[in-house]
Design a protein around this ligand. Structure first.
Ligand code: CA
Length: 609
């Protein structure tokens, strides 16, 4: 690798015209990741920076000219079979991505031509039943000439960024043990950090660290305690065991780590969000009234050891699938005249949390969508005042938000110039909850523990029963009137604790946002539209139909040869239902089938068909 790299990079450097923004011919290292926020010419990590702001200083494309955006080129990423939720990365003239079935690829950003493609050959038929919520993968990491790619069946694989040749492979988890991997790995201090998905199945959630250069296992942090008759892995889990009862460890516990992660090199802390408890209702975990640490929590751990420094649990004793894994966004804000280093999260549970990221101290939490599960938060601790009716039993009751969440994995972004965070939001989501009185825990299967109708033939989610009880009282901003779109983009001021503007389109799942110093918010809408708004006022400046229609991932931006581009992935292609009989024939493509793509856009580009 080291012999090939300099020659290739030199060729790129020579090919760049004079005066072009420097395509730094250096591999991604700790210093470049640390300074990523200042670089308009690259997109080096999932959230643009280790602080996960998705705020680029690029301003060639700006509020005055974004209406001229058109297609530069598009590349077919594969046959699909799930949404393309990945954030592509851009470095040294190359775009790197990963498909829903974990096929990593590199594309020459000047031409749109494939440089390499690497298929980990996941046993799709065996893994599909272990995937709770769609065959998806959210991204890769770049480090020291490597592309580090997760596989949905539980591996981490490092490939040479130039050639796609495998360098190392490490086993993180096994699909046979009901784990999958859907999140993008992150880099911190020479380590690659990854978590596992699947709290709907019987699993004990964890995240783990590996040496990024060799793949050597470094540490693992389980998010829920194991069998108390055996030694606890660390003091944090011994403490957590006090917050459980019964024989929870036989059920798994949940607390998987499948999306939000951030890193502050100065604080020397990695931040991680954890998922719901399993089964969903607390009484089926035999934990009524118990907090169940560290499910639905935000954890801060040391990169070298995985030692827990602090935790904050937005949803103690979760019963509503309020995974608290959503994007963790780090910013430095002045709050009540005092500079604060904060961590922010637009949680599934409908509250927007601002936390001191050095100590875990709660600063504020305001509703940004309709909430009925809680009547508010303790202003000192951030602990919710849960409505008693929300602790549902056997009679169905409607609770907001629903399991899709007020905000889910669709990335938000934070513009340091406007001071606003742009959140893809489902304003009035809900679901009906009732404990399944005939629940029998089953190994190797989904164990929700809530009443559901028969699963639909298309493999979608089984519907809950109609509500019998009156819903608890609602709090939160006034929702858009009946008949108006209830999936919106919310622009929220986290210091003033106010929504400044909101506009129809988006929703908690699918697509996402970036924001730029060109006073722009660029949003991908789940229906395949690429839209742009002025970041300060929310005026719509662009609305492009990409032709992809669904299965959309979030946008990125970068500069190449002095020119700014926008890129995104999207499209579902041919989906095989989760509950299809093993060995059943795969669906066939028709003239209407739209295959998933990586698309790039430029000013005065081609019109879309
Ligand atoms: Ca969940």
């Amino acid at each position: 690798m080291s012999k090939i790299l300099p020659a290739v990079l030199m060729a790129i450097a020579i090919a760049s015209p004079p005066g072009a923004s420097a395509q730094t011919p250096r591999p991604v290292d700790d210093a470049r990741l640390r300074n990523a926020a200042k670089q308009s010419n690259e997109w080096l990590t999932y959230g643009f920076t280790p602080a996960e702001t998705r705020y680029s200083p690029a301003q060639q494309i700006n509020a005055a000219n974004v209406a001229r955006l058109g297609l530069a080129w598009s590349y077919d990423v594969g046959h699909g079979g799930g949404g393309q939720e990945a954030t592509p990365l851009f470095s040294n003239g190359t775009l790197y991505g990963i498909t829903n079935w974990s096929i990593a690829f590199a594309v020459d950003a000047r031409t749109g031509k494939e440089k390499w493609r690497w298929d980990p050959e996941v046993n799709q038929e065996k893994v599909r039943p272990k995937i709770c919520c769609g065959v998806v993968q959210r991204g890769v990491a770049l480090y020291q000439g490597l592309v580090i790619a997760p596989t949905i069946d539980g591996r981490l694989i490092a490939l040479e960024a130039d050639t796609g040749r495998p360098v190392w492979e490490s086993r993180v988890s096994y699909a046979q043990e009901n784990y999958t991997i859907t999140m993008a790995p992150r880099i911190a201090k020479g380590k690659v950090i990854i978590g596992v998905s699947g709290s709907e199945l019987p699993v004990r959630g964890f995240f783990a660290a590996y040496d990024a250069l060799t793949g050597k296992f470094a540490w693992r942090f389980y998010t829920v305690p194991g069998d108390p008759s055996k030694p606890f892995e660390n003091p944090a889990l011994k403490a957590a065991a006090e917050t459980w009862s019964g024989d929870w460890w036989k059920l798994g516990g949940g607390g998987t780590v499948w999306d939000g992660m951030a890193y502050d090199p100065e604080a020397d802390l990695i931040y991680v969000g954890t998922g719901n408890g399993g089964p969903w209702p607390e009484q089926l975990r035999k934990s009524k009234g118990k907090d169940n640490l560290y499910i639905c929590s935000i954890l801060a751990v040391k990169p070298e050891t995985g030692e827990l420094k602090w935790y904050f649990q937005p949803v103690p004793g979760d019963s509503w699938d309020f995974d608290s894994v959503q994007q963790l966004l780090l910013a430095d804000l002045t709050i009540n005249g005092r500079p604060r280093k904060v961590l922010m999260q637009a949680n599934k549970d409908g509250f927007y949390y601002v936390i001191d990221r050095l100590t875990g101290q709660f600063i504020s939490g305001i509703p940004f969508a309709r909430i009925t599960w809680a009547k508010g938060l303790d202003e000192r601790t951030g602990r919710p005042f849960v409505n008693p009716e929300a602790h549902y039993a056997t009679e169905p009751i409607q609770i907001s938000p629903g399991p899709g969440g007020a905000h889910n994995w669709a990335p938000m972004s934070f513009n340091a110039a406007t001071g606003l965070v742009y959140i893809p939001t489902s304003t009035v989501s809900s679901s009906n909850f009732a404990v399944d009185t005939e629940f029998i825990w089953k190994p190797n299967q989904s164990n929700l523990g809530v009443r559901r109708g028969p699963p639909p033939k298309d493999g979608g989610f089984a519907p809950p029963p109609p509500a019998k009880l009156d819903p608890p009282p609602a709090i939160g901003p006034e929702p858009p009137p009946e008949g108006q779109p209830r999936n919106v983009l919310v622009a929220l001021d986290p210091v003033a604790k106010q929504i400044r503007w909101q506009t129809p389109g988006g929703g908690s799942i699918g697509g996402g946002t970036l924001t730029t110093a060109g006073n722009l918010v660029i949003q991908v809408i789940p229906d395949g539209h690429l839209v742009a708004y002025s970041a300060d006022k929310g005026e719509k400046l662009l609305d492009l139909e990409t032709g992809l229609h669904s299965g959309m991932g979030p946008p990125i931006t970068y500069e190449l040869d002095g020119k700014q581009y926008i890129a995104l992935m999207g499209g579902v292609g041919l989906v095989v239902a989760r509950n299809v009989e093993p060995g059943a024939p795969a669906p066939a493509a028709t003239a209407q089938t739209v295959f998933p793509k990586l698309m790039t856009f430029e000013l005065d580009g081609k019109p879309l068909p």
